[in-house]
Design a protein around this ligand. Sequence first.
Ligand SMILES: *Cc1c(COP(=O)(O)O)cnc(C)c1O
Length: 429
Amino acid sequence: MPRGGVAQPYGQPIGSPLKGASSKARRRRAESWEGATLPPIFQTASHFHPTAESLSQTFAGQTTDHIYLRLSNPTNRILENKLALLEGGREAIAMSSGMAAVANTCLALLRAGDEFVTGNSLFMSTYVLFTKVFSKYNLTARMVEPTDVKALAEAINEKTRFVFMETIGNPKLDIPDLRQIAQIAHQEGIPLIVDNTLATPYLCRPFDLGTDVVLHSTTKYLSGHGAVVGGIVIDRGGFDWSQGRFPDFKPFIDRKGPLALLDKIWREHHINFGTTQSPFHAYLTMLGLDTLALRMERIMKNASLLAGYLRGRSEVAWVNYPGFKEHPSQTTAARQFQDKGFGGMITFGLKDQAACFKFISGLRLIYHLANLGDCKTLVIHPASSQYVSFDEGTRQDLGIRSDMIRLSVGIEDVEDLYEDLEQALKAGD
Ligand SMILES: *Cc1c(COP(=O)(O)O)cnc(C)c1O
């Protein structure tokens, strides 16, 4: 587990406990936030500059001082440093939502007429963005089975600018082999972008597998309490943007070298689209990060127990959980997640849609709502909610069955969860 939840003076990703630290380091820690153990919330739209020269230098990019909240903020920077450290990346930009992180990253990479390759099992809004919105601007998403590396390699052509994958597909729960995909992308001279929301850096660090850029919806497990909406883009700074395929990156390479993409995302898209994260949301996300490891451990233990429980119930027709031996992604998951677990998502089938509705309406403890990655257990019937306006063919492609329930497992006592599931299953039978 990467070190998490350790207070650090803002602007400096220290992240290590004070044990054995010099007295100077101890003094610096005490002085940096007046000794506070939680980061300060800088709730300010703008920052004072003592001289005309200092503001001019900051606008020219010669300092990392703050100017205006839409551009950067000290509280957000603490979060950016923490998450870059957790993922093993170099720098990060916090954004207003996970979708802002996805949209800004892809748009910074694409020019009109360009293509990219992605999985056909994507988060719902990402799917809509890639298929319905990008197509208006002549940007083409080529979709393949995320676990079919041969199809992925064949979908890459001279117009392809990147490969985009999710660590755990939702709701199919299929798991791509990121190391293999990174190799294929790099052979073609293009980067791999990974949305690591469902795995979190606790379970998987995509940079260690060759990924170039990692994104998150911090709304989910990272903040962990269903209290905020936020996103982050993290750059490893390891991709060579100067090798010919990205001539439009030249000014950004000149300015930021290997962090050219992050600079392009920030300069062209983030600040002009106004996708700022609220410093209060950044603060709440950091509060959540302190317990990420504990929550993930408990969530994944509960998920494994609940998947087994559901499989044993006569009302349940089928259960999809990547931890089952016979699951097609089980071996990739075990290797890629280093046997730490298989995530906190389960899907399962009841007799039909009517049985799903009865089951959901009968739940007393488990929350019925559209979110995931909360410390509370959440349930939804995707076909009639997020995917209600999709046509049947697309729903089939995305694995959205009308008899399917999706469970995002929380940290409750598993006995309480069994009890709630049991009484609702009986009610729905
Ligand atoms: C929720 C989610 C998003 C979008 O994040 P928001 O914070 O809701 O904008 C993107 N990708 C994945 C995998 C998600 O689960």
